[in-house]
Ligand binder design. Sequence first.
Ligand code: ZN
Length: 274
Amino acid sequence: MAELARLSLNLATTRVKWGALDAIEGCARAGVRWLAPWRDQLAAAGLENCVRAIRDAGLGVSSLCRGGMFPAPDRAGREAAIEDNRRAVDEAAALGARALVLVAGGLPAGSKDLAGARAMVADGIAALLPYARAGGVALALEPLHPMYAADRACINTLAQALDLCEALGPGLGVAVDVYHVWWDPDLDAGIARAGRDRLAGFHVSDWLVPTRDLLLDRGMMGDGVIELARIREKMDAAGYDGPIEVEIFSAENWWQRPPDEVVAVVKERFETCV
Ligand code: ZN
């Protein structure tokens, strides 16, 4: 089973009832040593306030969510996306985050050119990488389930993400989120291929049957069908020994509950199911 010391609370899990500062206090209160904030949460609470609170609480930042969203209909839009990603790199550096998570982005409005969108992602990351390297911020490209290919991310498998890592070089790794990759027959091969150097993040939740909403109905670990412990063992075997983020978008269930209660369940399920 996973050690509790590796647990990181991705602040998507408590985003409805907790702002960033509430979540920092909540993690400290619960003995959770890592967290992963979202950029909008930091902006609302003030980045400097969050940096100070995280440092005072002695917490670590497993990742900053998120950069990416590179495709756009025109050159100005693509350049604006890269510039916004540079600001995200700055924020990740201020937080001392282990990585900046990148979600690729989907098809530009009005486009059906999936290959073209994928090329825009490669170009966007290539343009961002030198800035991230200079800032000492690792980039973690997160493949998303193919159901999001049109509107969120046209990078959909670990193999696809790793091809980009190999093409673009050091400083770019992958975030393995079980919700997005659990179904992939090549998952184990992808984790092994990534290896310690390119495994830059690990996110857990569970896949509910039935799933009632494609975005906001993720399950708590143990409530669905993902072989969490088996995948975690593969990550361990490949050399990943970093924090493990619990990231649960759950509009109808977990987002409705008191966050302290959610964190207590997260801790218990982390120890028994991951
Ligand atoms: Zn994730």
